[in-house]
Design a protein around this ligand. Structure first.
Ligand code: ATP
Ligand code: MG
Length: 425
């Protein structure tokens, strides 16, 4: 019989196994640890499947992002991945977008595999909204995207199939758009703080495309990043190197001498679209005087799979991942050490108690694995707390608890353990 609870998983029953050796065909740390830990499985370059541990992390990220999108009134949808060629021709992007996957069936019909969803969301809304009273509104989804990336070499950082949250906002006035857009800057900061990389993530001015002067990227600093940004520590803002002319620096009220160069990864961005996509589909509204105007738009992206990879890049050490509590697949990795019956019984009791108290726990109940291997697994998999039940801890009437990012553990009673972990769940 298969028994399962969402709070607890026995490692002996987990079909994935950790691997000692690094994959031969991966160079990035995020891919190495995620594959060795059994979080993900590589299908081909830039394409990965999520396994039980990886999916738990992904679900945590999704829920954080979903909560924040719902707070600003975002309405969640799930749009199709197959997208009509006509829509892409209408915006000119069937030809203009280099990384668009074009798929054809046996009848010769061609469709696009969605790399983004402006060509879908705008025609959908055209069916439902036409009066100024219908606005403002925002629609978002969390979904797989497909892009023919030439440089898919950084594991989860640049995929050919990857997961994105894309939100699109619709407005009748420039003021209303600006207000929403500016609020989204704070919402994004909140999201990156909640997933544990706020201290490394900078709002970065980048080129704005056709309409706006600037777009805003959210860049997490790490030596493996593809981008280069200049950071002004004083104000906490940054400029993408690609837009960092003397004029731009002056324009933003910054001083060249204050700027520090860093490599970084773009984990999200927000863009003013103005009427770029509403116009080709004639998404318009009538105002109070029955006059017609084209709707104004903004778009707001976060790469969830890239974010997952980024967290592994910046929150890890040589032994493995160090998950922040908000993203960890389990709060606790519970280990039995030694084979005697009393230890086994005590560990089962701790496992039960943690689950009853809604503390998520991965239970290393395997009997044929050495202590050294169990510790190595705990370091690789990176749960925030390691709890050990052993002869030694039993002698001291407790369990040993150690944080993943600390060297030394301490013995506590079961009661103390639950108190220690409870506030976080
Ligand atoms: P990049 O400059 O890195 O190619 P982009 O400008 O193409 O990014 P958008 O189209 O604005 O990115 O997508 C929104 C978000 O989706 C990005 O901020 C990034 O976090 C993520 N993203 C984009 N392309 C990929 C990819 N190939 N793999 C994983 N995540 C991606
Ligand atoms: Mg791109």
């Amino acid at each position: 019989m298969i028994k399962s609870t969402t709070n607890g998983v026995r490692q002996s029953k987990l079909f994935t196994k950790t691997k000692k050796d690094s994959p031969m065909d991966e160079v990035s740390r995020n891919a190495e640890f995620l594959i060795r830990g059994g979080f993900i499985h590589k299908e081909m370059s830039g394409v990965y499947s999520y396994l039980p541990l990886g999916l738990r992390v992904l679900n945590k990220i999704e829920n954080i992002i979903r909560e924040e999108m719902n707070k600003v009134g975002g309405q969640e949808v799930l749009m199709s991945s197959f997208q009509p060629k006509e829509n892409w021709e209408k915006t000119g992007r069937w030809e203009a977008m280099d990384d668009l996957y074009k798929v054809s069936d046996s009848s010769g019909r061609e469709v696009a595999l969605g790399p983004t969803h402006e060509e879908i969301v705008v025609p959908i809304l055209k069916n439902y909204v036409s009066s100024h009273k219908d606005f403002p509104l925002a629609v978002y989804q969390i979904q797989n995207k497909f892009r023919m990336e030439l440089r898919a070499k950084s594991g989860m950082l640049r995929g050919r199939e990857f997961i994105m949250k894309d939100m699109y906002s619709f407005h009748t006035t420039e003021e209303d758009f600006s207000q929403f857009y500016n609020n989204m800057k704070d919402v994004y900061k909140t999201i990156f703080t909640r997933v544990g990389i706020g201290h490394l993530t900078y709002m970065t001015f980048a080129s704005g495309g056709t309409f706006a002067k600037y777009s805003h990227e959210f860049q997490t600093i790490t030596p493996v990043g593809e981008d280069t940004i200049y950071i002004d520590e004083q104000s906490g803002v940054a400029i993408n190197k690609e837009v960092s002319s003397d004029q731009v620096i002056l324009d933003l009220g910054l001083k060249k001498a204050d700027l520090k160069e860093n490599r970084s990864i773009e984990v999200g961005n927000i863009f003013e679209l103005n009427t770029k996509f509403s116009k080709p589909f004639d998404l318009s509204f009538t105002d109070e005087k029955e006059q017609q105007h084209i709707v104004l738009m903004g778009c707001y992206g976060i790469g969830l799979s890239r974010l997952l990879g980024t967290v592994v890049e910046v929150l890890s050490d040589d032994k493995g991942i160090i998950w922040p509590e908000s993203m960890a697949p389990f709060a606790v990795h519970l280990l039995i050490l030694g084979g005697n019956e009393a230890v086994g019984k005590e560990a089962e009791k701790v496992y039960e108690s943690l689950q009853k108290n809604n503390i998520e726990v991965l239970f290393d109940d395997r009997s044929d694995i050495s202590a050294g291997e169990k510790f190595a697994d705990a370091d690789l998999l990176g749960m925030p707390y390691r709890v050990v039940v052993s002869d030694r801890s039993m002698k001291e009437n407790g369990v040993e608890i150690k944080k993943r990012n600390e060297e030394k553990g301490k013995i506590v009673s079961l009661k103390e353990l639950l108190l220690l972990l409870e506030p976080r769940t």
